[in-house]
Design a protein around this ligand. Sequence first.
Ligand SMILES: NC(=O)c1ccc[n+]([C@@H]2O[C@H](COP(=O)([O-])OP(=O)(O)OC[C@H]3O[C@@H](n4cnc5c(N)ncnc54)[C@H](O)[C@@H]3O)[C@@H](O)[C@H]2O)c1
Ligand SMILES: [Fe+2]
Length: 363
Amino acid sequence: MWRFHNPVDVQFGPGCLETLPERLNGRRYALVTYNEPFFTELTETITTLAGAPQVVINNVEPNPDIANLEPLCQQLCSSGQPEVIVALGGGSVMDTAKFLSAAGSDFEQTKSYLTEGGHKGQLLCTPIIAIPTTAGTGSEVTCWATIWDKQAQKKYSLADAGLYPESALCDPDLTLQLPVVLTLTTGLDALSHALESIWNKNRNGVSSALAVEAVKTILDTLPHLVRQPDHALFRTDMMKAALKAGLAFSNTKTSIAHNISYAVTLQSGTPHGIACSFTLPQVLRSVIGLDRGVDSDLKAIFGHDLDKAWDQFDGWFRELGVNTDPEAYGYNQENWRQLLLDALQGERGKNFIGQQEALLACY
Ligand SMILES: NC(=O)c1ccc[n+]([C@@H]2O[C@H](COP(=O)([O-])OP(=O)(O)OC[C@H]3O[C@@H](n4cnc5c(N)ncnc54)[C@H](O)[C@@H]3O)[C@@H](O)[C@H]2O)c1
Ligand SMILES: [Fe+2]
């Protein structure tokens, strides 16, 4: 028996940003975005389309850190509580918007829930309309936000069913100007979400089907897209794949590669998309033969000879210029082994269907 659930109302297609006024339906809204020229222009477009936001919060930083969120909470409610938050950007914007949605003006309460496991009954959960501008995180269809604490070297997950966006407007045209490096790293993040929902104890019939399709599309499309970043059809395919990966892991959460990535990002500053994906070929190698259903999903992606799959997959990364050797990220055999052992005990690592010995043996 299994259950698949996702409540986000998804609108998909080039130009669908124009449906924002229908989604807002006259409600007072706050706009959360980055302070960069492309986003300033988009803010003007949105203002013309949907009327002026009650407040614009555009000082969002990559990888939201708990240390910087308090002033944003005050800003959010500086002219009254908005009825809805529009998050226009990648994972950092959508996750910041989720924190603001939970907190309203009460930063301390949400902080203590997040960092000390306090009572969550008070989370406000202002509705969110998510407009992703990267094809990566899937945060537009998940109910959690990644919040970092670099000073304490910690990564928190703010999770609540109330934090599923009310709707997601997935407009691939918004990614046409995404720089190549970010196209690569965010695309690899989506790839990791899809594979992580396959070798996952929580997988179900729908999550697996979505994940298999997502991986196949990303393996085919990403190498072409990095060579032709303004190709509208490739952009559409990547955004669809990232959405499917997001829907898949919205039901399973991620697994070992993500748990490994948190330490790698905190220790070396490696971007999330690289940190959560450079281990995928060896993780793949370690799960072959463990579970018939998982093997069958992996065969649907990589072909029947799974023993050759991980090596070919490793070659796919090398062609994209991504090093899959932990040494390239500053690890030796001993501290890498310790990192793997710790990651297997982590919250996401516990979702992994694989076994400790098999994973360690791959390095
Ligand atoms: N909530 C989730 O389910 C989830 C899942 C995976 C990752 N995350 C988190 O998401 C964050 C990463 O998000 P991200 O990878 O989407 O990147 P990001 O939001 O951090 O953005 C990175 C950079 O990309 C630029 N950018 C974004 N869209 C652009 C566009 N269309 N054109 C030009 N520039 C653009 C931004 O200006 C920014 O400087 C991390 O903090 C990660 O932990 C969350
Ligand atoms: Fe991720």
